[in-house]
Design a protein around this ligand. Structure first.
Ligand code: NG6
Ligand code: CA
Length: 505
């Protein structure tokens, strides 16, 4: 009897482990690629005529091309906050565009997109732009271990830059440390006052290889004026022309190392954010100036990743998501001829506004999902957002989200797998100063006293002191404000927005 029990127990254990192993084998690798400031109209698969993006076109042709895919916000930090936490960023103070010395704003004790994967047994890594703060305080020692950061919110491995390409410190961090830092030349960073003796763009414009059109006149690094002051770390400073290939090499190496396990890679590209300074071989290639050249570099980079997956024979077991953190902008503070060489290119496609805007151009971005053999190629009009990935992947990898975490993330797995065209029924979009709400194609923008037009960047913000109501089903370009004609709808959506805002989360 005793022996029989033991025998059964062994059989049971063997069966159980083999079931577990099988399950793990079936889990797809996931690569989340997020561009910086890439607009809906910037890719040829989204209708761009003046620029060709063959690699992304192929990804879209083999997967789902979403036509109503969104970031939550029209700028970077809040949008990435929502992706990471599954929570609308406007619920939390301090989620606006962060300076390069900000403290970490992602909670370390809640579910995040990477720690969801990690819990399910994935190897998790981030390569690229971070912009969610580092360390416990603003004043921090950049020369020791810098934490908490990506490694404390779920990434086993990180190779990042702290904020944006135009903000100091212009260095890479590998896990907790600045790469190639010489202890004899320590780094200091200040956003309030000049430190050290490095020239600034303001005092020495003659040293600049690309002049600023607004701001960007503090410490000069690699001939480009930055936001913020830094001193030291001379050897560790990046060369902008090498930024993208450095990140690509890191991404390649991560994939190579982890190819045998299920992995989750968050690959945050820096194109086409300012300063646009692509590798020399892309310069002048698009005919649209450096912004277009940066988009060519971005497209090539994605192609190189797809190529590697095929070479390793893991392309069929790898799901790729490609999207952007917010809408596009031409002149974002440097004289890089983005406007002069626009040549009829429409970076936001048919949509009004762009980065910083409450109009659709602010948050409606390219959104592509590909998983060869598993997802049927199609175009989907489902309303989906990056914030929904936590709840959706939770189902795909069978890893539950603890109650109360990722409160605004909706399970849209069916839409993300191309099995349904139903997405969210309600979505709140965040401009710089104001919120809008979309339901059944109706969009209500709350009244706002901010400027209707940001002259420096040439973008309509969507701010108006009175209510705006658009019917996106018939008026994608938000040209016809129906608020006066349809006060009932305005009232209904205003009340709905209030209820979303006050929902206990
Ligand atoms: C703005 C910067 C802009 C860009 C943006 C953040 C100026 C004049 N403008 O304040 O260049 O850095 O912040 O972009 O400094 S984001 O994509 O990270 O949100
Ligand atoms: Ca951005």
């Amino acid at each position: 009897m005793h022996k029989k029990c033991l025998f059964l127990a062994i059989i049971f254990m063997a069966f159980n482990t083999s079931a577990q192993v099988k399950k793990k084998e079936q889990l797809p690798n996931v690569i989340y690629i997020i561009a910086d400031d890439l607009g809906y109209g910037d890719l040829s698969c989204y209708g761009a005529q003046k620029i060709q993006t063959p690699n992304l076109d192929l990804l879209a042709a083999n997967g789902i091309r979403f036509t109503d895919g969104h970031s939550t916000s029209a700028t970077c930090t809040p949008s990435r906050y929502a992706l990471m936490t599954g929570e609308y960023p406007w619920r939390k103070d301090g989620t606006g565009i962060l300076p390069g010395d900000a403290a970490l704003i992602i909670p370390t004790d809640k579910t995040t997109l990477p720690n969801l994967f990690k819990k399910a047994g994935y190897q998790t890594g981030i390569v690229g732009k971070w912009h969610l703060g580092l360390g416990e305080t603003v004043a921090k020692n950049w020369n020791g271990d810098i934490k908490p950061g990506p490694n404390e919110v779920g990434f086993d491995y990180s190779f990042i830059f702290p904020a944006t390409a135009d903000r100091v410190p212009t260095v890479f961090l590998q896990n907790h440390k600045i790469v190639a830092l010489d202890k004899r030349d320590p780094i200091e960073v200040d956003y309030a006052k000049k430190i050290g003796n490095d020239p600034t763009g303001k005092e020495h414009p003659e040293l600049l290889k690309m002049k600023s059109s607004q701001g960007h006149d503090q410490t000069i690094v690699n001939g480009i004026g930055r936001i913020g002051y830094m001193t030291g770390g001379t050897m560790a400073r990046w060369v902008d022309e090498e930024l993208s290939t450095t990140f690509l090499t890191e991404a390649h190496e991560f994939i190579e190392r982890k190819q045998k396990q299920p992995f989750f890679l968050y690959f945050a590209l820096t194109e086409p954010h300012v300063p646009r300074m692509p590798a020399t071989r892309f310069k002048g290639k698009s005919g649209l100036g450096l912004r277009g050249d940066a988009i060519l570099q971005l497209d090539w980079t994605v192609g190189e990743i797809v190529k590697q997956l095929k070479e390793l024979g893991i392309d069929k077991n790898t799901l790729i998501i490609f999207t952007s953190d917010n809408g596009p902008v031409l002149d974002d503070g440097y004289q890089d001829e983005a406007v002069a060489k626009q040549n009829g290119h429409m970076p936001a496609g048919a949509f009004r506004g762009g980065k910083y805007s409450s109009f659709e151009g602010g948050t409606r971005v390219p959104f592509i999902i590909s998983w060869p053999g598993q997802i049927k190629p199609q175009v989907s009009s489902a309303l989906v957002s990056q914030m929904d990935l936590i709840a959706s992947f939770s189902k795909l990898i069978d890893q539950p989200v603890p109650a109360g975490d990722a409160p605004d993330s909706e399970n849209l797995l069916e839409a993300f797998m191309g099995k349904s065209q139903n997405g969210r029924s309600v979505f709140v979009e965040q401009g710089v100063r104001t919120l809008s709400i979309v339901k059944d194609g109706w969009k209500y923008i709350t009244p706002n006293g901010g400027t209707p037009y940001m002259k420096a960047v040439g973008i309509e913000t969507g701010n108006l002191p009175t209510a705006q109501l658009y019917n996106l089903n018939t008026d994608l370009a938000e040209k016809s404000n129906l608020a006066d004609k349809n006060p009932t709808k305005v009232k209904e959506l205003a009340a709905l927005l209030e209820s979303v805002k006050s929902a206990k989360k």
